[in-house]
Design a binder for this molecule. Structure first.
Ligand SMILES: Nc1ncnc2c1ncn2[C@@H]1O[C@H](COP(=O)(O)OP(=O)(O)OP(=O)(O)O)[C@@H](O)[C@H]1O
Ligand SMILES: [Mg+2]
Length: 583
């Protein structure tokens, strides 16, 4: 928690210091009130006292109250400013850190939990911070100051107040012991609720198509019920705390009056008036003390919630990054070479390797195709090049340099990557194609058009409303699967990289488009090396080298013709496809 507060700027600290001064002034004003009250009581009880004096004391009370009001207003303003600033910086920190996560860390935290942490958890901290500044600082100052003022007003009353404070502390302690463990659970359950909601919304078509609404509702209901139950428990506890302290407060005043009655009864007549006004003053100080404790309870509550949240945020900020940046910016010539040297790979937490001893070289300008059954490890293989994961053993070299030695930026600037599932961002065709930064000049309109044309997307883009500025919905839901694939290919082309990685990006294209696209790519990307994952033999027939993958092992390599002679698995795949409508 304290670590997070380091995000406060100097300006914030100055504002907080000003708040502190203002709050001290406010406490001073609040504690002035009982003094004037005592004066008025004494004046009213004394025969022949001047009306002017009473009005003066009353007027001063009004002024004090006004002062308190103004101070509260100003501190409120300062507090809002610092706490929202803190929350903003915290959110940026968490977001930046999440951006640096590799897929492994993302999976560890889960997207839903990362969302809760960037939103709900930070709000908890912001709320605590606001409360602490607004009323939390005030409470202990008030309690101590009021207690000091009470000190010489009679030990009997002080003793009574002391007993009540002990009872109050015991009550609060019990409530805390019960409530705090629940807060961690509440945040976890919020994660869970988020996850179920996300899953449901993302898969809404399937939910409808399979009449699974009831099933999803039950799932959501369970998550919702759990969260509600735990929140209810904590809220119930809290709702005991409030009337409990109120009850104690009233009890205390009664006790003070009771003790006071005895004292006054036993005192000589002359001392009675003084004692009476002391009692009034004392009871208002005691009220302030108890009220301060009440506020502290409240703040502690927020503190315990915020501590849980701070821990969750620190977990994100402290998470070790597995993909560590190298320092190399430029590879050795010739540019565009990819070499896999005896690469083995195992997913984190998996029990067996997914890739075994993969070795091959793709030379500049070559196309290396990878084919194999689903689950054979094709995507896993190509995802190692941009370092979404690091190899478990062996090495991958790009332009003669181990990918782990490059800065991630320099490495990825060399690559044009189109993922298996085409990803679109909310924006326009242009913003999606000219996406990101390749370390060179920004993509011009001509570059975007050229890329769209090469990717065989020109036809449909120019038919869209607004053409190159046509709107694309989040996730590209207003495009067909094949259209999304073509735009994601255009995105890679627009980058004009040394190396292309196409992970099964041709699968949703019809044979004709597939062929035209490949011809265009060959013509226009001369010099670039291509790693091409495909399911269809037709797509890869012309590749310079084809790797046949089975269960993470290369079981055949060569050109189409060579493999047709030597690799039974390839022959089997080819026969099953070429026989019915391939090229
Ligand atoms: N994040 C992951 N964590 C653990 N195992 C994974 C992960 N991703 C994939 N795998 C496993 O690795 C194996 C290879 O998956 P991969 O995605 O590379 O297959 P693929 O050849 O690309 O298949 P497809 O043709 O269906 O795209 C699969 O058995 C899969 O279960
Ligand atoms: Mg795949």
């Amino acid at each position: 928690m304290l670590r997070l507060l380091r995000l406060l700027t100097w300006r914030d600290l100055i504002l907080i210091f000003m708040c502190l001064c203002l709050i001290v002034a406010q406490v001073w004003l609040s504690l002035k009130l009982p003094d004037y009250m005592a004066t008025i009581t004494r004046l009213v009880q004394t025969p022949h006292s001047a009306m002017r004096d009473i009005l003066y004391a009353g007027g001063m009370m009004m002024l004090c109250t006004l002062g308190i009001f103004v101070i509260t207003f100003i501190t409120g303003f300062f507090v809002a400013k610092t706490s929202s600033g803190l929350a903003m910086r915290l959110r940026r920190r968490v977001f930046d850190k999440t951006m640096s996560f590799s897929i492994g860390e993302m999976n560890k935290f889960s997207t839903a939990s990362l969302i809760t942490r960037t939103t709900n958890d930070i709000t908890q901290i912001q709320m605590f911070f606001m409360m602490a500044l607004k009323i939390g600082i005030r409470a202990p100052i008030m309690a101590v100051w009021a207690a000091l003022k009470m000190y010489d007003k009679g030990w009997e009353w002080t003793a009574v107040t002391g007993i009540f404070v002990v009872v109050l502390l015991m009550m609060i302690g019990t409530i805390y012991a019960l409530a705090i463990p629940k807060f961690t659970i509440v945040q976890k359950q919020t994660d869970n609720l988020n996850r179920v909601t996300r899953e449901n919304l993302a898969g809404i078509r399937v939910v409808h198509a399979y009449n699974a609404e009831a099933y999803q509702e039950r799932k959501f209901g369970r998550a919702n019920d759990k969260l509600t139950k735990t929140s209810l428990f904590t809220h119930r506890l809290m709702s005991v705390a409030e009337p409990g302290t109120q009850f104690l407060l009233t009890g205390l005043i009664l006790a003070i009056y009771l003790v006071g009655a005895y004292i006054i009864n036993g005192a000589p007549d002359a001392a009675r008036l003084g004692l009476f006004s002391d009692m009034i003053v004392f009871s208002s100080y005691a009220t302030q003390v108890i009220a301060s404790f009440m506020i502290l309870t409240f703040i502690l509550l927020f503190l315990s919630r915020a501590t849980v949240s701070a821990r969750r945020i620190n977990q994100v900020l402290d998470a070790p990054i597995n993909i560590i940046d190298g320092t190399v910016r430029h590879g050795n010539a010739p540019s565009g070479t990819i070499e896999f040297r005896d690469v083995c790979f195992r997913y984190p937490d998996a029990s067996a390797d997914t890739l075994h001893n993969i070795s091959f070289i793709a030379r500049p300008g070559e196309t290396v195709a990878i084919i194999g059954a689903t689950g054979s490890g094709k995507s896993t293989l190509v995802n190692l090049v941009p370092r979404f994961y690091d190899v478990t053993s062996g090495a991958i070299l790009v332009d003669g340099v181990d990918v782990r030695n490059y800065t991630q930026r320099a490495l990825r600037n060399r690559l044009g990557y189109a993922s298996q599932r085409a990803v679109m961002f909310r924006g326009t065709v242009t913003s999606n194609v000219a996406y990101g930064d390749n370390g060179r000049r920004r993509a011009t309109r001509e570059m975007v058009r050229r890329a769209v044309k090469i990717a065989q997307a020109k036809n449909f883009v120019e038919k869209m409303d607004g053409k190159y500025n046509a709107k694309i919905a989040q996730g590209g839901t207003n495009l067909s699967g094949g259209q999304r694939q073509r735009l994601s290919i255009a995105r890679a082309v627009c980058r004009a990289p040394e190396i292309y990685i196409f992970d099964d990006t041709f699968s949703a294209l019809d044979y004709k488009t597939d062929r035209a696209l490949r011809a265009e790519l060959r013509r226009n990307t001369g010099g670039a090396t291509t790693l091409l994952v495909a399911q269809r033999v037709g797509t890869i027939m012309n590749a310079d080298q084809i790797l046949v993958l089975e269960n993470g092992r290369i079981v055949g390599r060569g050109t189409h013709d060579e493999l047709m002679k030597s690799c039974p698995i390839y022959i089997e795949i080819a026969k099953s496809q070429l026989g019915n409508g391939g090229e």
